[in-house]
Design a protein around this ligand. Structure first.
Ligand SMILES: C=C(O[C@@H]1C=C(C(=O)O)C=C[C@H]1O)C(=O)O
Length: 172
């Protein structure tokens, strides 16, 4: 088959994937409303584990599996960014207006840092400094300096996602 034809089929599938992601997003909006009404937290770690397990089961032992789980993790973080704009978290922000520095302790596994940083890119926040260090017990300490309008809902939403995912999270 011709390359052009194969790419047309890929374009069609991309179109369908995007439509489905937007439909998923509409359901997320309804979940967010439900959570606000019932005073439930945005981050549902058990549910996220369930979603990731289902992805893993469907893909099986194909070597795309870790990558697809990463993509799915990032998709869920994007959804939480969206939910936090509906239901913002309160932060004591000790830093200057133009940015923030945070220290987080993460569990150290392949892809952990990549996923951890993704909400920043998604919220259009630049990372100006980063330092990570392995710690005993399979953990990692990461210091991140970022610039952006800290009062913006998108910035607060990104900090909210970062604070959820870390085992410890401190705004410096
Ligand atoms: C949509 C939800 O909110 C968040 C986003 C999730 C998702 O994108 O699938 C899953 C769990 C939550 O952390 C939910 O709680 O179901």
């Amino acid at each position: 088959m011709e390359l052009k034809n194969l790419r047309e089929q890929i374009d069609q599938i991309d179109h369908e994937i995007i439509i489905r992601i937007l439909q998923r997003r509409e359901l997320i909006r309804q979940v967010a409303e439900y959570k606000t009404e019932h005073h439930l937290p945005v981050f549902a770690p058990d549910r996220e584990q369930q979603v990731l397990s289902k992805v893993g089961e469907q893909v099986g032992h194909d070597n795309i599996n870790p990558g697809l789980k990463l993509v799915y993790g990032i998709l869920m973080d994007l959804n939480k960014l969206y939910e936090y704009q509906i239901q913002p978290k309160e932060f004591e922000i000790p830093t200057a207006l133009g940015g923030a520095s945070v220290r987080a302790i993460l569990s150290d596994h392949p892809g952990a840092l990549t996923r951890y940083l993704s909400p920043l890119a998604a919220a259009d926040i630049s990372i100006t400094g980063i330092h990570s260090q392995a710690m005993p017990g399979g953990k990692m300490a990461v210091d991140i300096e970022m610039v952006g309008k800290i009062q913006d809902p998108g910035f607060i939403a990104a900090l909210s996602v970062l604070s959820d995912t870390a085992e410890q999270f401190t705004l410096l």
